[in-house]
Design a protein around this ligand. Structure first.
Ligand code: MN
Ligand code: MN
Length: 402
């Protein structure tokens, strides 16, 4: 079996849709070999994959880029990844001084600074303001409906925004320039108590992102604050937070318990070391993932014999409907870092290992037809990120898989 697959040595270093047992056949094209190399589990799914689970992956590299003087943005929403109904993500960069203009939206905004720094501003419904500078690994959270802005500082910046509605579009928010452009000038004049001529040169369309001047230090931008500042901080230093350390990596959980304003969004910043894996688990709410560094493999189990395996890399969005079981393996030789974001006030997960450990062991043994060695290995505590020394299942090329 499978000899017909070995007759073309010139294709030996090219991944082929051929399983170890010989199932499949060479793909002589047309094909995108680079993409096939990035998605070995799509090209050669594990034999345990069956059923019709829809797509759970979308790369920001496959989204339309909006380029402006002052920065850029791109987004992954239900338009790109139809299953991602609970959350939408925007990847944005701002130049030094570049401004995401004053705007608001009905969704809450949860954000993670990837690199660089920015100044953020917001004012709540009671006139209490919030102005702060954020750097790498910092979060911010804006409750729905509040006027806010983001401006790049010295080096510029890049960040991830997550909104608690999958069909959100950052291009369709309530922008201050758009609002002024579509309000009669006599109304603007009456509202602000200034002559109509004040508004002769306002932008005719939504500005979205513009190039501004790099602002001075925070102290130089003080505004009158008769109502004080917001009672709960809109920022949180996630990367500076002490992580939970496990044999195979680290986890930093952030939700309304340690970032009280973030009542609609919970998240985990997860590091999985080479040869390690985020243990098998599931959640009570959908998981929206953003891969920061490295490469990963995830199989999602959706009941009724449905399972599908995906490969992820930096810049990908992943999605896991609840309560689908999943694990995440680091498939590379550098640390894998990803964000798991949930539309929830509290982070929660169910560990398969822990759940079995705390179920009568005879029942588990009979149910799964496993020996006492399996029972002895079960852990009562969640380990979250587990290490498998010598982990080498994952093939680098199809050669080792054919
Ligand atoms: Mn916003
Ligand atoms: Mn998860």
């Amino acid at each position: 079996m499978g000899n017909h697959n070995r007759t073309r040595p010139e294709y030996e270093n090219v991944p082929q849709p051929i399983r170890k047992d010989g199932a499949g056949f060479v793909d002589l094209g047309p094909r995108d070999i680079m993409r096939d190399m990035q998605n070995p589990d799509m090209l050669v799914p594990p034999p345990t994959d069956t059923g019709g689970i829809p797509n759970l992956k979308f790369s920001f590299s496959d989204t339309p880029m909006t380029l402006k003087h002052g920065g850029w943005s791109r987004q992954v929403t239900t338009r790109e990844l139809p299953i991602s109904t609970t959350l939408a993500g925007v990847n944005m960069a701002l130049t030094p001084g570049g401004v995401r203009e004053l705007h608001w939206h009905k969704e809450s905004e949860w954000a993670y600074m990837i690199w660089g720094s920015a100044r953020i501003t917001a004012v709540d419904q009671d006139g209490r303001n919030f102005i702060a500078d954020v750097g790498p690994g910092d979060l911010w959270f804006f409750p729905p409906g509040l006027l806010h802005s983001i401006q790049g500082l010295d080096e510029g910046c890049e960040f991830l925004l997550v909104f608690d509605n999958g069909s959100f579009s950052d291009l369709d928010t309530f922008s201050i320039s758009d609002y002024f452009a579509h309000t009669p000038k006599d109304v603007l004049s009456a509202n602000f108590g200034v002559p109509k001529s004040t508004f002769s040169h306002i932008p005719k369309n939504q500005v979205y992102i513009f190039q501004g001047k790099i602002p001075g230090p925070l102290a130089s931008q003080q505004v009158p604050d008769p109502y004080g500042t917001v009672p709960k901080s809109y920022t949180h230093r996630l990367h500076a937070q002490e992580p939970s350390v496990y044999p195979g990596g680290t986890v930093r959980v952030v939700d309304s318990t340690n970032f009280p304003i973030s009542t609609t969004t919970a998240a985990a910043l997860v590091e999985v070391k080479p040869g390690a894996m985020r243990e098998i688990h599931w959640h009570p709410t959908d998981e929206w993932q953003y891969y920061l560094t490295g490469t990963a493999r995830m199989t999602v189990f959706a009941a009724n014999s449905q399972a599908r395996t995906f490969d992820y890399r930096a810049g990908d969005v992943g999605y896991v409907p609840h309560p689908y079981g999943h694990y995440i393996q680091n498939t590379g030789d550098t640390s894998l870092w990803f964000l798991a974001v949930f539309k929830s006030s509290r982070y929660a997960d169910v560990s398969l290992n822990q759940s079995l450990a705390l179920t009568p062991h005879e029942l588990v043994q009979e149910n799964l037809n496993v020996d006492s060695e399996f029972i002895a290995a079960l852990r009562k505590e969640k380990v979250q990120v587990v290490k498998y020394p010598g982990f080498s299942y994952y093939p680098k090329t199809s050669k080792s898989d054919s």
